[in-house]
Design a protein around this ligand. Structure first.
Ligand SMILES: O=C(O)CCC(=O)C(=O)O
Length: 320
């Protein structure tokens, strides 16, 4: 055995032990469900501090959006507002296509136009998804922000600050969010339809393979989508597997990751803790609003970062 093989073997064993111990000691096999919102203290103690997801029912009854947000209401209230929509030929925005990290074509269109497309997706070329994550809700949907609360009060108290961003999501059932992680604490609220999340804990970060890809964008010309390289963005690291259909012959280490699936339905809130990997699918026309809170940097962050670094050292040494 070469020296580098010996080091890789030792690192592999160490990260496997860490991941196994996390599962045995505190991670749940399924996402737990609460029938009512927790108190800020128990939310913090039982979920935020150990960085564990939880599904919360009956926490949004007071949002008037629940009854109001029909296509007809949205047409009447914001039909004339211009919103940003991600368009792709395959439903995959910010994902790997043809060996590149391909971002969507961003189009600005009236909401009524977007709703027409949602009603008759087959009559249009491309898959349309409102998914801009720059607090698009407070920015582009101002006329309906009063239909939901401006934060989730028990979350705000537990996290110790107001949300950094509030995002509005609505789209086609073919639109998929490829696996990634965010440095935010996320309270993800579904108003219409359902979203299905595949979640992988950050304690499995050593098993989630990243590669470096040339950035590119979809552009539709004469009814045909093309992929155009984005030289300004250059190369970006991105997760190399689709967790629903991973190529384990190329990335066998991914077989050691333990994902958990959870479906969030109308009126439910998913607490998606910071740095959890997530891949998301949805029912057609699903509408969601999520609240991104600043993540708290504590020793867990260093632990997850270490696992991620082991992953990349391991991969580099394997390629030597
Ligand atoms: O709803 C989606 O498609 C993706 C949600 C997501 O990635 C997020 O909130 O961070």
């Amino acid at each position: 055995m070469s020296h580098s093989e010996g080091i890789i073997g030792t690192l592999d064993e160490a990260v496997e032990t860490l991941a196994a111990e996390a599962r045995e000691l505190y991670l749940d096999r399924h996402v737990p469900v609460l029938d009512a919102p927790p108190s800020p203290l128990s939310f913090y103690r039982e979920y935020v501090s150990p960085n564990k997801p939880v599904l919360i029912r009956n926490g949004l009854q007071h949002w008037t959006a629940n009854n109001k947000w029909t296509p007809q209401y949205l047409r009447e209230k914001i039909g004339g507002c211009v919103v940003t929509v991600a368009v792709t030929p395959n439903g995959y925005a910010d994902a790997i296509t043809d060996g590149k990290f391909v971002m969507p074509e961003e189009r600005r269109m009236e909401m009524s136009n977007f709703l027409d497309i949602m009603e008759h997706p087959d009559q249009h070329s491309g898959v349309f998804y409102i998914q801009k994550q720059n607090s698009n809700f407070t920015d582009e949907f101002r006329e309906i922000i009063g239909d939901v609360e401006s934060d989730i009060p028990w979350g705000t108290e537990a996290f110790g600050s107001l949300p950094d961003a509030v995002n509005f999501w609505m789209g086609d059932t073919r639109a998929v969010t490829s696996m990634h992680k965010d440095p935010y604490e996320n309270l993800y609220c579904v108003v219409r339809g359902s979203k299905t999340f595949m979640l992988i804990p950050p304690t499995d970060a050593a098993f989630v393979p990243y590669e470096t890809y040339q950035a590119a964008k979809f552009i539709e010309r004469d009814g045909e989508f093309q992929i155009e390289e984005d030289v300004d963005t250059g190369e970006v690291p991105w997760i190399a597997v689709n967790p629903l259909n991973p190529d384990l012959s190329l990335y066998p280490e991914f077989g050691k990751a333990r994902g958990v699936e959870v479906t969030v339905r109308e009126g439910e809130i998913l607490y998606l803790p910071s740095l959890w990997f997530h891949h998301v699918r949805q029912s057609h026309g699903c509408i969601a609003v999520d609240f991104w809170y600043d993540m708290q940097f504590d020793i867990k962050y260093n632990y997850y970062n270490f696992l991620q670094n082991v992953n990349s050292v391991n991969r580099k040494m394997t390629k030597i």
